[in-house]
Design a protein around this ligand. Structure first.
Ligand SMILES: C[S@@+](CC[C@H](N)C(=O)[O-])C[C@H]1O[C@@H](n2cnc3c(N)ncnc32)[C@H](O)[C@@H]1O
Length: 310
């Protein structure tokens, strides 16, 4: 990418750059409610891309396409490659008049990078779309536990050992508004062996905040380095299925997806992982049967209205 200037981003083995043009492009389009990565997240992703120079990149959760545009521009500066982005929806959830990935039509220049948006698709569709092993996967889709775990296990067999899986929205477990919280990314981090974890360093977070628009929260992103033994890694991660699924997440795991995922897990990881999923589905994915409504007249109308939600 041609640019008038660069913002230096250092990391332990060298340094990467975010061009001032990319920072300006981002600042002109980013706003807090768009559900996208912020400037601090971009600094962390820029570090990882400059360090690992991934050629084959997958994204789960495209939405407006903001993160896809950033990934493409950063990959271009690091040698180019292929970006495949997947999203369950056809339309951008914040503004359904726009298609998923609409920002790619005005993306910053990304020579040497081919970008494909796969709409109406999940992690289970990745294998049918990509060629070769994945060097870097950015997961930023549904955040309620167990979705980030599902997405991680869904791409893990396709990942190159030593490859990088990035998760966004780590801090959503703190959200205090009703059921808006999401424990998914935190659960994945807690289950991953410490040796696999990569955190943003404080310096790169601060640099992101200085030059690119950011939310007030920090350390909202982390990455995992995929070990050589992916099956053993999956066996460690899958224990998360036994722990309480976030409220409402069962509504987002349709039974046909649950069955497909079950077959996928057995096929790639064997019965230990498959059993963890089956037990999670048994415990948490069946909606609790509503108690029978009392006969009209046996309770005051005020209480009847409250329990029937009318
Ligand atoms: C937070 S937004 C992604 C933001 C985007 N990564 C960015 O930074 O610009 C989450 C997206 O994930 C999608 N999504 C939700 N559940 C999904 C699933 N199971 N598989 C794929 N995409 C999913 C939603 O439709 C939504 O567009």
């Amino acid at each position: 990418m041609q640019s008038a200037g660069w913002v230096m981003v250092r990391y332990d083995q060298g340094c990467s750059m975010i061009s001032t043009e990319l920072a300006e492009w981002f600042n002109a389009r980013w706003f807090g409610e768009m559900g996208a990565i912020d400037g601090q997240d971009v600094a962390f992703i820029a570090d990882l891309i400059a360090q690992h120079r991934p050629r084959n990149v997958v994204e789960i959760g495209c939405a407006s396409g903001m993160s896809s545009c950033i990934l493409a521009a950063l990959m271009s500066s690091a040698g180019g490659g292929t970006l495949n982005s997947f999203d369950l929806m056809e339309h951008y959830y914040v503004n359904p008049e726009k298609p998923v990935g609409y920002l790619l039509a005005e993306a910053p220049p990304h020579p040497g990078v081919s970008v494909t948006v796969n709409r109406g698709k999940t992690c289970l569709d990745v294998a049918g779309q990509i060629d070769g092993q994945i060097d870097l996967c950015f997961i930023d889709a549904a955040h309620k536990h167990p979705w980030p775990l599902i997405d991680t296990l869904g791409v893990l067999p396709l990942m190159k050992p030593g490859g990088i899986i990035i998760h966004h929205d780590l801090q959503m477990f703190r959200t205090a508004q009703g059921n808006a919280y999401a424990n998914g990314p935190k659960m994945v981090l807690a289950l991953a062996p410490p040796a696999t974890r990569i955190y943003p360093d404080d310096a790169s977070q601060a640099r992101g905040r200085e030059v690119m628009k950011s939310r007030k929260i920090s350390h909202n992103i982390f990455a995992l380095r995929v070990p050589e033994t992916r099956r053993a890694f999956a066996a460690q991660l899958c224990e998360g299925f036994y722990f309480g699924w976030d409220k409402q997440s069962y509504q987002l795991v349709p039974s046909d997806f649950a069955m497909r995922f079950s077959t996928f897990l057995e096929e790639h990881y064997g019965p230990y992982v498959g059993q963890a999923w089956a037990e999670g589905v048994r415990r948490y994915s069946t909606p609790v049967e509503s108690p029978p409504l009392p006969r009209v007249g046996s309770l005051p109308r005020r209480i009847l209205r409250r329990i029937s939600g009318r």
